[in-house]
Design a protein. Structure first.
Length: 416
Protein backbone atom coordinates (compact mmCIF):
# COMPACT_ATOMS: atom_id res chain seq x y z
CA UNK A 1 0.00 0.00 0.00
CA UNK A 2 2.92 2.34 0.62
CA UNK A 3 3.57 4.93 -2.04
CA UNK A 4 6.92 4.57 -3.74
CA UNK A 5 9.21 6.00 -6.37
CA UNK A 6 11.49 8.99 -6.73
CA UNK A 7 8.64 11.50 -6.44
CA UNK A 8 7.64 10.10 -3.06
CA UNK A 9 11.19 10.24 -1.71
CA UNK A 10 11.62 13.80 -2.97
CA UNK A 11 8.43 14.93 -1.28
CA UNK A 12 9.41 13.29 2.02
CA UNK A 13 12.91 14.79 1.93
CA UNK A 14 11.47 18.21 1.22
CA UNK A 15 9.02 17.78 4.10
CA UNK A 16 11.80 16.91 6.55
CA UNK A 17 13.79 19.98 5.55
CA UNK A 18 10.84 22.37 5.66
CA UNK A 19 11.03 24.92 8.48
CA UNK A 20 7.83 26.83 7.75
CA UNK A 21 4.22 25.72 7.70
CA UNK A 22 3.02 24.29 4.42
CA UNK A 23 -0.20 26.32 4.48
CA UNK A 24 -1.50 26.28 0.94
CA UNK A 25 -4.66 25.31 -0.87
CA UNK A 26 -4.78 22.72 -3.64
CA UNK A 27 -7.14 23.11 -6.58
CA UNK A 28 -7.55 19.72 -8.19
CA UNK A 29 -10.16 17.04 -8.69
CA UNK A 30 -11.28 15.04 -5.65
CA UNK A 31 -12.22 11.37 -5.55
CA UNK A 32 -15.89 11.81 -6.45
CA UNK A 33 -16.83 8.23 -5.60
CA UNK A 34 -15.46 8.58 -2.07
CA UNK A 35 -17.20 11.93 -1.68
CA UNK A 36 -20.51 10.39 -2.80
CA UNK A 37 -20.16 7.53 -0.30
CA UNK A 38 -19.55 10.02 2.53
CA UNK A 39 -22.60 12.10 1.56
CA UNK A 40 -24.82 9.00 1.35
CA UNK A 41 -23.60 7.87 4.78
CA UNK A 42 -24.23 11.34 6.20
CA UNK A 43 -27.76 11.75 4.79
CA UNK A 44 -28.77 8.17 5.60
CA UNK A 45 -27.33 8.61 9.09
CA UNK A 46 -29.26 11.84 9.73
CA UNK A 47 -32.54 10.25 8.63
CA UNK A 48 -32.12 7.15 10.79
CA UNK A 49 -30.82 9.14 13.77
CA UNK A 50 -33.99 11.26 13.63
CA UNK A 51 -36.19 8.18 13.64
CA UNK A 52 -34.21 6.44 16.41
CA UNK A 53 -34.03 9.54 18.62
CA UNK A 54 -37.60 10.81 18.31
CA UNK A 55 -39.02 9.03 21.38
CA UNK A 56 -35.99 9.80 23.57
CA UNK A 57 -36.09 13.43 22.46
CA UNK A 58 -39.80 13.65 23.33
CA UNK A 59 -39.11 12.20 26.77
CA UNK A 60 -36.00 14.20 27.65
CA UNK A 61 -36.91 17.61 26.21
CA UNK A 62 -40.53 18.22 27.17
CA UNK A 63 -42.21 16.82 24.10
CA UNK A 64 -39.69 18.26 21.62
CA UNK A 65 -39.14 15.30 19.30
CA UNK A 66 -36.88 17.28 17.00
CA UNK A 67 -34.19 18.32 19.51
CA UNK A 68 -31.62 15.69 18.53
CA UNK A 69 -32.31 16.26 14.84
CA UNK A 70 -31.79 20.04 15.07
CA UNK A 71 -28.53 19.61 16.97
CA UNK A 72 -27.28 16.95 14.55
CA UNK A 73 -28.21 19.05 11.50
CA UNK A 74 -26.36 22.05 12.93
CA UNK A 75 -23.25 19.99 13.59
CA UNK A 76 -23.54 18.37 10.15
CA UNK A 77 -23.54 21.84 8.57
CA UNK A 78 -20.47 22.86 10.60
CA UNK A 79 -18.80 19.57 9.72
CA UNK A 80 -19.48 20.01 6.00
CA UNK A 81 -17.84 23.45 6.12
CA UNK A 82 -14.86 21.92 7.94
CA UNK A 83 -14.70 19.12 5.37
CA UNK A 84 -14.84 21.62 2.49
CA UNK A 85 -11.97 23.71 3.90
CA UNK A 86 -9.86 20.68 4.85
CA UNK A 87 -10.36 19.15 1.40
CA UNK A 88 -8.62 22.16 -0.21
CA UNK A 89 -5.95 22.58 2.48
CA UNK A 90 -2.75 20.70 1.67
CA UNK A 91 -2.66 17.81 4.17
CA UNK A 92 1.13 18.31 4.49
CA UNK A 93 0.21 21.22 6.74
CA UNK A 94 0.32 18.57 9.48
CA UNK A 95 3.70 17.29 8.28
CA UNK A 96 5.50 19.69 10.59
CA UNK A 97 7.19 18.94 13.90
CA UNK A 98 5.55 21.76 15.84
CA UNK A 99 2.07 21.20 14.42
CA UNK A 100 2.12 17.42 14.92
CA UNK A 101 3.46 17.48 18.48
CA UNK A 102 1.49 20.51 19.67
CA UNK A 103 -1.72 19.08 18.26
CA UNK A 104 -1.15 15.75 19.98
CA UNK A 105 0.06 17.34 23.23
CA UNK A 106 -2.90 19.72 23.47
CA UNK A 107 -5.38 16.92 22.77
CA UNK A 108 -3.75 14.70 25.38
CA UNK A 109 -3.83 17.46 28.01
CA UNK A 110 -7.50 18.09 27.25
CA UNK A 111 -8.26 14.39 27.73
CA UNK A 112 -6.25 14.43 30.98
CA UNK A 113 -8.27 17.39 32.23
CA UNK A 114 -11.45 15.50 31.36
CA UNK A 115 -10.30 12.43 33.32
CA UNK A 116 -10.17 14.50 36.53
CA UNK A 117 -12.68 17.31 36.04
CA UNK A 118 -15.04 16.03 33.34
CA UNK A 119 -18.71 15.24 33.69
CA UNK A 120 -19.24 11.82 35.25
CA UNK A 121 -21.67 9.36 33.68
CA UNK A 122 -21.99 5.81 35.04
CA UNK A 123 -18.65 6.18 36.80
CA UNK A 124 -16.77 7.36 33.67
CA UNK A 125 -15.53 10.88 32.95
CA UNK A 126 -15.39 11.37 29.18
CA UNK A 127 -17.21 14.65 28.56
CA UNK A 128 -16.50 18.31 29.18
CA UNK A 129 -18.37 21.51 28.37
CA UNK A 130 -16.57 24.48 26.81
CA UNK A 131 -18.48 27.67 26.00
CA UNK A 132 -21.75 25.83 26.48
CA UNK A 133 -20.79 23.05 24.05
CA UNK A 134 -20.45 19.53 25.41
CA UNK A 135 -18.03 17.23 23.64
CA UNK A 136 -15.80 14.21 24.07
CA UNK A 137 -12.09 15.18 23.82
CA UNK A 138 -11.14 11.62 22.87
CA UNK A 139 -12.74 12.30 19.46
CA UNK A 140 -10.19 15.07 18.88
CA UNK A 141 -7.42 12.85 20.22
CA UNK A 142 -8.20 10.28 17.50
CA UNK A 143 -7.21 12.78 14.80
CA UNK A 144 -4.14 13.96 16.73
CA UNK A 145 -3.09 10.33 17.33
CA UNK A 146 -3.29 9.51 13.63
CA UNK A 147 -1.34 12.66 12.72
CA UNK A 148 1.50 12.04 15.21
CA UNK A 149 1.81 8.37 14.21
CA UNK A 150 1.84 9.25 10.50
CA UNK A 151 4.44 11.96 11.13
CA UNK A 152 6.84 9.79 13.16
CA UNK A 153 6.45 6.80 10.83
CA UNK A 154 7.24 9.04 7.83
CA UNK A 155 10.18 10.92 9.32
CA UNK A 156 11.87 7.88 10.87
CA UNK A 157 11.18 5.47 8.03
CA UNK A 158 14.78 5.36 6.79
CA UNK A 159 16.00 4.56 10.32
CA UNK A 160 13.72 1.57 10.88
CA UNK A 161 16.02 -0.94 9.16
CA UNK A 162 19.14 0.15 11.09
CA UNK A 163 17.78 1.08 14.53
CA UNK A 164 15.23 -0.91 16.51
CA UNK A 165 14.94 1.97 18.96
CA UNK A 166 13.06 4.06 16.39
CA UNK A 167 10.64 1.14 15.96
CA UNK A 168 9.93 0.86 19.67
CA UNK A 169 10.44 3.94 21.81
CA UNK A 170 8.31 6.66 20.12
CA UNK A 171 5.27 4.44 19.70
CA UNK A 172 5.58 2.83 23.13
CA UNK A 173 5.70 6.28 24.76
CA UNK A 174 2.65 7.46 22.82
CA UNK A 175 0.69 4.30 23.63
CA UNK A 176 1.53 4.60 27.34
CA UNK A 177 0.39 8.24 27.56
CA UNK A 178 -2.81 7.61 25.61
CA UNK A 179 -3.73 4.38 27.41
CA UNK A 180 -3.10 5.85 30.87
CA UNK A 181 -5.21 8.95 30.18
CA UNK A 182 -8.05 6.95 28.65
CA UNK A 183 -7.81 4.41 31.47
CA UNK A 184 -8.32 7.23 33.97
CA UNK A 185 -11.46 8.12 32.03
CA UNK A 186 -12.58 4.48 32.19
CA UNK A 187 -12.74 4.57 28.40
CA UNK A 188 -11.76 0.97 27.62
CA UNK A 189 -13.43 0.98 24.20
CA UNK A 190 -11.29 3.93 23.12
CA UNK A 191 -8.14 2.15 24.34
CA UNK A 192 -9.03 -0.80 22.13
CA UNK A 193 -9.74 1.45 19.15
CA UNK A 194 -6.50 3.43 19.52
CA UNK A 195 -4.59 0.16 19.74
CA UNK A 196 -6.15 -1.06 16.48
CA UNK A 197 -5.39 2.22 14.69
CA UNK A 198 -1.78 2.39 15.89
CA UNK A 199 -0.98 -1.24 15.06
CA UNK A 200 -2.59 -0.95 11.61
CA UNK A 201 -0.56 2.17 10.80
CA UNK A 202 2.68 0.57 11.95
CA UNK A 203 1.93 -2.54 9.88
CA UNK A 204 1.21 -0.38 6.80
CA UNK A 205 4.42 1.63 7.16
CA UNK A 206 6.75 -1.14 5.87
CA UNK A 207 8.41 -1.39 9.27
CA UNK A 208 10.68 -4.49 9.38
CA UNK A 209 8.47 -7.41 10.37
CA UNK A 210 10.88 -8.68 13.02
CA UNK A 211 10.69 -5.38 14.89
CA UNK A 212 6.94 -5.04 14.37
CA UNK A 213 6.11 -8.45 15.84
CA UNK A 214 8.54 -7.98 18.71
CA UNK A 215 6.80 -4.72 19.50
CA UNK A 216 3.40 -6.43 19.45
CA UNK A 217 4.71 -9.23 21.69
CA UNK A 218 6.16 -6.79 24.22
CA UNK A 219 2.93 -4.74 24.27
CA UNK A 220 0.85 -7.86 24.89
CA UNK A 221 3.16 -8.99 27.69
CA UNK A 222 3.11 -5.57 29.36
CA UNK A 223 -0.68 -5.45 29.00
CA UNK A 224 -1.14 -8.85 30.68
CA UNK A 225 1.27 -7.96 33.51
CA UNK A 226 -0.46 -4.61 34.01
CA UNK A 227 -3.88 -6.26 34.16
CA UNK A 228 -2.65 -8.76 36.76
CA UNK A 229 -1.11 -6.01 38.92
CA UNK A 230 -4.28 -3.94 38.65
CA UNK A 231 -6.41 -6.91 39.68
CA UNK A 232 -4.19 -7.76 42.67
CA UNK A 233 -4.30 -4.15 43.91
CA UNK A 234 -8.06 -3.93 43.92
CA UNK A 235 -8.61 -2.60 40.45
CA UNK A 236 -11.11 -5.39 39.87
CA UNK A 237 -13.72 -3.33 41.73
CA UNK A 238 -13.15 -0.26 39.56
CA UNK A 239 -13.33 -2.21 36.30
CA UNK A 240 -15.85 -4.84 37.40
CA UNK A 241 -18.22 -3.56 34.71
CA UNK A 242 -15.96 -5.20 32.10
CA UNK A 243 -16.63 -8.63 33.60
CA UNK A 244 -20.35 -7.84 33.68
CA UNK A 245 -20.30 -7.00 29.96
CA UNK A 246 -18.53 -10.27 29.15
CA UNK A 247 -21.19 -12.16 31.09
CA UNK A 248 -23.90 -10.25 29.22
CA UNK A 249 -22.22 -11.16 25.93
CA UNK A 250 -21.98 -14.85 26.83
CA UNK A 251 -25.62 -15.15 27.91
CA UNK A 252 -27.81 -12.16 26.94
CA UNK A 253 -30.93 -13.97 28.21
CA UNK A 254 -29.60 -14.57 31.73
CA UNK A 255 -30.85 -11.31 33.29
CA UNK A 256 -32.85 -9.27 30.75
CA UNK A 257 -34.41 -7.14 33.48
CA UNK A 258 -31.04 -5.90 34.74
CA UNK A 259 -27.46 -6.61 33.63
CA UNK A 260 -28.25 -7.97 30.15
CA UNK A 261 -31.16 -5.63 29.44
CA UNK A 262 -29.48 -3.58 26.70
CA UNK A 263 -28.15 -6.57 24.77
CA UNK A 264 -31.46 -8.42 25.11
CA UNK A 265 -33.49 -5.48 23.78
CA UNK A 266 -31.01 -4.96 20.94
CA UNK A 267 -31.39 -8.55 19.76
CA UNK A 268 -35.16 -8.25 20.12
CA UNK A 269 -35.14 -5.18 17.86
CA UNK A 270 -32.99 -6.83 15.21
CA UNK A 271 -35.01 -10.05 15.26
CA UNK A 272 -38.38 -8.29 15.00
CA UNK A 273 -37.28 -6.47 11.84
CA UNK A 274 -37.25 -9.59 9.69
CA UNK A 275 -36.30 -9.23 6.04
CA UNK A 276 -37.83 -5.84 5.19
CA UNK A 277 -38.47 -4.36 8.64
CA UNK A 278 -41.50 -2.81 10.32
CA UNK A 279 -41.22 0.36 8.23
CA UNK A 280 -39.47 3.69 8.68
CA UNK A 281 -40.43 5.28 12.01
CA UNK A 282 -42.29 2.16 13.16
CA UNK A 283 -39.74 0.88 15.67
CA UNK A 284 -41.19 -0.22 19.00
CA UNK A 285 -37.89 -0.65 20.86
CA UNK A 286 -36.97 3.03 20.52
CA UNK A 287 -39.83 3.95 22.86
CA UNK A 288 -37.49 3.77 25.85
CA UNK A 289 -37.21 -0.03 25.79
CA UNK A 290 -33.72 0.00 24.26
CA UNK A 291 -31.31 2.40 26.07
CA UNK A 292 -29.13 4.55 23.80
CA UNK A 293 -31.24 3.65 20.77
CA UNK A 294 -30.15 6.89 19.08
CA UNK A 295 -26.50 6.35 19.88
CA UNK A 296 -24.62 3.09 20.52
CA UNK A 297 -27.53 0.87 19.41
CA UNK A 298 -28.84 2.79 16.42
CA UNK A 299 -27.97 -0.14 14.15
CA UNK A 300 -30.54 -2.24 16.03
CA UNK A 301 -33.25 0.35 15.25
CA UNK A 302 -32.17 0.40 11.59
CA UNK A 303 -32.61 -3.36 11.41
CA UNK A 304 -35.95 -3.18 13.20
CA UNK A 305 -37.36 -0.52 10.86
CA UNK A 306 -35.65 -1.47 7.59
CA UNK A 307 -35.00 -5.15 8.24
CA UNK A 308 -32.12 -7.30 7.08
CA UNK A 309 -32.02 -5.35 3.81
CA UNK A 310 -31.52 -2.03 5.59
CA UNK A 311 -28.81 -3.45 7.84
CA UNK A 312 -27.06 -5.00 4.82
CA UNK A 313 -27.11 -1.63 3.03
CA UNK A 314 -25.40 0.02 6.02
CA UNK A 315 -22.73 -2.71 6.07
CA UNK A 316 -22.23 -2.39 2.31
CA UNK A 317 -21.79 1.39 2.56
CA UNK A 318 -19.04 0.98 5.15
CA UNK A 319 -17.36 -1.76 3.10
CA UNK A 320 -17.31 0.59 0.09
CA UNK A 321 -15.97 3.36 2.33
CA UNK A 322 -13.11 1.12 3.51
CA UNK A 323 -12.23 -0.04 -0.02
CA UNK A 324 -12.16 3.53 -1.38
CA UNK A 325 -10.27 4.74 1.67
CA UNK A 326 -7.51 2.18 1.16
CA UNK A 327 -7.46 3.02 -2.54
CA UNK A 328 -6.84 6.67 -1.68
CA UNK A 329 -4.07 5.55 0.67
CA UNK A 330 -2.49 3.38 -2.03
CA UNK A 331 -2.46 6.28 -4.51
CA UNK A 332 -1.21 8.91 -2.05
CA UNK A 333 1.69 10.99 -3.36
CA UNK A 334 3.84 10.44 -0.23
CA UNK A 335 4.19 8.18 2.77
CA UNK A 336 2.66 10.71 5.14
CA UNK A 337 -0.51 10.94 3.06
CA UNK A 338 -0.70 7.15 2.76
CA UNK A 339 -0.46 6.71 6.54
CA UNK A 340 -2.98 9.48 7.25
CA UNK A 341 -5.50 7.89 4.89
CA UNK A 342 -4.81 4.44 6.35
CA UNK A 343 -5.31 5.64 9.91
CA UNK A 344 -8.57 7.46 9.18
CA UNK A 345 -9.96 4.55 7.17
CA UNK A 346 -9.07 2.05 9.89
CA UNK A 347 -10.60 4.32 12.54
CA UNK A 348 -13.99 4.68 10.80
CA UNK A 349 -14.02 1.06 9.65
CA UNK A 350 -13.12 -0.32 13.09
CA UNK A 351 -15.73 1.81 14.82
CA UNK A 352 -18.42 0.67 12.40
CA UNK A 353 -17.40 -2.99 12.69
CA UNK A 354 -17.29 -2.98 16.50
CA UNK A 355 -20.58 -1.09 16.81
CA UNK A 356 -22.41 -3.50 14.50
CA UNK A 357 -20.87 -6.53 16.23
CA UNK A 358 -21.99 -5.22 19.62
CA UNK A 359 -25.55 -4.63 18.37
CA UNK A 360 -25.66 -8.23 17.10
CA UNK A 361 -24.00 -9.55 20.30
CA UNK A 362 -21.02 -10.80 18.29
CA UNK A 363 -18.78 -8.77 20.64
CA UNK A 364 -19.13 -7.52 24.25
CA UNK A 365 -20.68 -4.09 24.74
CA UNK A 366 -17.95 -1.50 24.14
CA UNK A 367 -19.81 1.81 24.04
CA UNK A 368 -18.49 2.70 20.57
CA UNK A 369 -20.81 4.77 18.38
CA UNK A 370 -21.63 4.15 14.72
CA UNK A 371 -19.88 6.82 12.56
CA UNK A 372 -22.22 9.21 10.70
CA UNK A 373 -25.29 7.55 12.28
CA UNK A 374 -25.11 7.84 16.07
CA UNK A 375 -26.27 11.01 17.82
CA UNK A 376 -23.28 13.08 18.83
CA UNK A 377 -22.73 16.40 17.13
CA UNK A 378 -19.08 17.10 17.91
CA UNK A 379 -18.10 13.55 16.91
CA UNK A 380 -19.81 14.14 13.56
CA UNK A 381 -17.92 17.42 13.08
CA UNK A 382 -14.57 15.71 13.69
CA UNK A 383 -15.47 12.79 11.42
CA UNK A 384 -16.38 15.14 8.56
CA UNK A 385 -13.15 17.06 9.12
CA UNK A 386 -11.30 13.76 8.70
CA UNK A 387 -13.21 13.19 5.47
CA UNK A 388 -11.87 16.55 4.31
CA UNK A 389 -8.32 15.33 4.96
CA UNK A 390 -9.09 12.19 2.93
CA UNK A 391 -10.36 14.33 0.04
CA UNK A 392 -7.25 16.51 0.27
CA UNK A 393 -5.09 13.40 -0.08
CA UNK A 394 -7.17 12.30 -3.07
CA UNK A 395 -6.65 15.72 -4.75
CA UNK A 396 -2.91 15.09 -4.84
CA UNK A 397 -3.07 11.38 -5.62
CA UNK A 398 -0.64 9.83 -8.09
CA UNK A 399 -2.59 9.22 -11.27
CA UNK A 400 -2.09 5.64 -12.34
CA UNK A 401 -3.09 4.45 -15.78
CA UNK A 402 -5.24 1.27 -15.84
CA UNK A 403 -3.06 -1.79 -16.42
CA UNK A 404 -4.64 -2.73 -19.78
CA UNK A 405 -4.43 0.84 -21.06
CA UNK A 406 -0.80 1.02 -19.99
CA UNK A 407 -0.02 -2.22 -21.83
CA UNK A 408 -1.71 -0.93 -25.00
CA UNK A 409 0.29 2.31 -24.86
CA UNK A 410 3.56 0.40 -24.36
CA UNK A 411 2.74 -1.94 -27.28
CA UNK A 412 1.88 1.03 -29.47
CA UNK A 413 5.16 2.72 -28.56
CA UNK A 414 7.15 -0.42 -29.43
CA UNK A 415 5.52 -0.79 -32.87
CA UNK A 416 6.11 2.90 -33.60
Amino acid sequence: MAANGENVQAVEQAGRKRKTLNFRFIIAEIDKTFFLIVIVLLVFGLIMMFSASYAASMSEYDGDGYYYLRRQLLCAAIGLVAMFIASYLDYNFFFNTKIAYLFFGASLILCGYTAFFGQETAGAKRWITIAGVQFQPSELLKIAFIVIFAYILSVNFQKFKTSWIHCFVPFAVIFVFVFVILGLQRHMSAIMLFGIIGVAMMFSSDMPSKYFWRFIGICLAVGVIGAIILFLKGGSDTFSYIADRFESWRDPMSDPANTTHQTYESLLAIGSGGLLGLGFGESRQKYLYLPESQNDFIFSIICEELGFVGGAIVVLLFVLFILKGFQIAANARDRFGMLLATGITVQIGSQALLNIMVACNAFPNTGISLPFFSAGGTALVFQLFEMGIMLSISRQAIKREPKRKKQRLEAKAETA
